[in-house]
Design a protein around this ligand. Structure first.
Ligand code: ZN
Length: 432
């Protein structure tokens, strides 16, 4: 892989076409000049034709001069084309030679034929396109996303595409305002979300709704906190003008009473720290809460807002395309090992559907909710096949237990991990 990296680096350092581009620009300029001159001549030509119709004897001679200059121009352009082409060929040859070497390095760096691992049928093309579109949107490349929506419709409606683009435009507008320490657009958006929450219009279950309510409240506090700190900064900036300074201080007090007071039951400690800052409004950086005036605060509040925004449009904060690739790269070495094992032991794969179930741990950063994989069947727990807590404290899936007791005439069974004997009525269904 290191060899491949160095090849790519050399190739990108060689692949500089500045001189070729310069020559091309010169050629384009020449062609434009010639076109301009010839167009001018054509205007004159029409004049000459008119004059000839009127019987002017000098016209034939002037036409000859015009055609001679056009042919001279053509030769000049042709010559320039040839020199530019030769120059570009010379510059590209160096890159081409390096690129040729990649043909040998790439297969050596990837000794596995991934096509054997992946079945194209297992990928839903439209889902992949949707992932790519969403990724472009998240990166702010909305025109590219729009182009892809147009070229690869994949069953989405135009209205849905329009809504997606609008959602991202709004997200970026609010986020940019927050980065400028302007919290008003975020507060406007939040007010609408809280209204929807109050009316129960957001489709969530009770517990999720309660969590959302708490998170929205926290975000609301953070946004008002940002505004309060902005006023204090304005006050500190006017510390040389006692009257102006007092006016800003008074504004901060009024704002705290009106907007921070409602958070007192849940954020009393933080409100205490914020109001203490009023005593340091001449020199905020020497206050005990000086850290609140660093860019970290705006960054953290922006992240909180983004999390809520994505939640409101039913999307995760992390780019699902990168999450998918991350999971794929983590699984790949394990999958390759399994593939090697199968190719070395052809008799190994004798399952009903010619497949092997392997439990691959993706790491904590890729765990988004509680999961249970049955140690017997290797199946992921579902609502139809929930995990069962056995009398001995071990857990297996419901299907695995049913399979075990199906061969037991007394309908009792032994725990597959420890040999504790038990009956189905001894087990407890676990809810994840
Ligand atoms: Zn057990």
């Amino acid at each position: 892989m290191d060899k491949l990296k160095s090849h790519v680096e050399v190739l990108s350092s060689k692949a500089v076409y500045e001189k070729s581009l310069l020559k091309l620009d010169e050629l384009i300029q020449l062609v434009n000049e010639v076109l301009g001159t010839l167009e001018g001549d054509t205007d004159s030509n029409s004049q000459w034709k008119t004059q000839r119709q009127e019987g002017d004897g000098k016209i034939t001679k002037r036409l000859k001069i015009a055609s001679k200059s056009a042919s001279a121009f053509a030769k000049e352009v042709q010559k320039k084309c040839t020199t530019t082409k030769n120059y570009m060929a010379k510059e590209f040859k160096a890159v081409y030679n390096k690129a040729q070497k990649l043909n040998e390095t790439v297969p050596a760096a990837f000794p596995y034929d991934l096509r054997k691992l992946l079945s194209p049928c297992s990928f839903k093309k439209s889902a992949i396109i949707d992932l790519i579109i969403d990724s472009f949107c998240r990166q702010g490349r909305l025109s590219l996303a729009k182009r892809l929506m147009f070229e690869a419709p994949s069953g989405r409606s135009k209205a849905a595409d329009h809504t997606t683009l609008q959602s991202y435009r709004r997200l970026f507008a609010i986020r940019n305002a927050l980065m400028r320490k302007d919290e008003r657009p975020a507060l406007e958006w939040l007010a609408v979300q809280q209204q929807l929450e109050d009316k129960g219009l957001n489709k969530q279950d009770m517990e999720d709704s309660k969590n959302t309510e708490v998170r929205l409240r926290n975000l609301s506090f953070e946004l008002h906190k940002l505004h309060f700190l902005n006023i204090l900064e304005e006050a500190a900036a006017e510390s040389v003008d006692p009257q102006g300074h007092r006016a800003h201080q008074q504004r901060a007090v009024t704002y705290a009473r009106e907007f921070l007071g409602v958070f007192y039951p849940t954020h009393a400690r933080e409100i205490g720290k914020l109001t203490t800052l009023l005593l340091f409004s001449h020199d905020l950086m020497n206050s005990p809460s000086a850290h609140l005036f660093t860019p970290h605060l705006v960054h953290n509040i922006t992240s909180l807002f983004e999390r809520e925004y994505y939640h409101s449009i039913g999307l995760p904060l992390l780019d699902p395309l990168f999450t998918t690739l991350d999971a794929g790269f983590t699984c790949l070495p394990h999958t390759l090992k399994v593939q090697q094992l199968i190719s070395e032991n052809p008799g190994l794969l004798q399952t009903e559907d010619d497949s092997i179930k392997a439990d691959i741990h993706l790491g904590d950063h890729l765990q988004f909710h509680s999961t249970f994989v049955c140690p017997i069947s290797k199946d992921m727990a579902t609502e139809a096949n929930p995990p069962l807590l056995l009398k001995c404290g071990h857990a297996i899936s419901t299907d695995a237990m049913l399979k075990i007791i199906s061969s037991s005439p007394r309908r009792n069974f032994k725990c597959p991990t420890c040999p504790t004997e038990q009956r189905p009525c001894d087990t407890l269904t676990l809810h994840l």
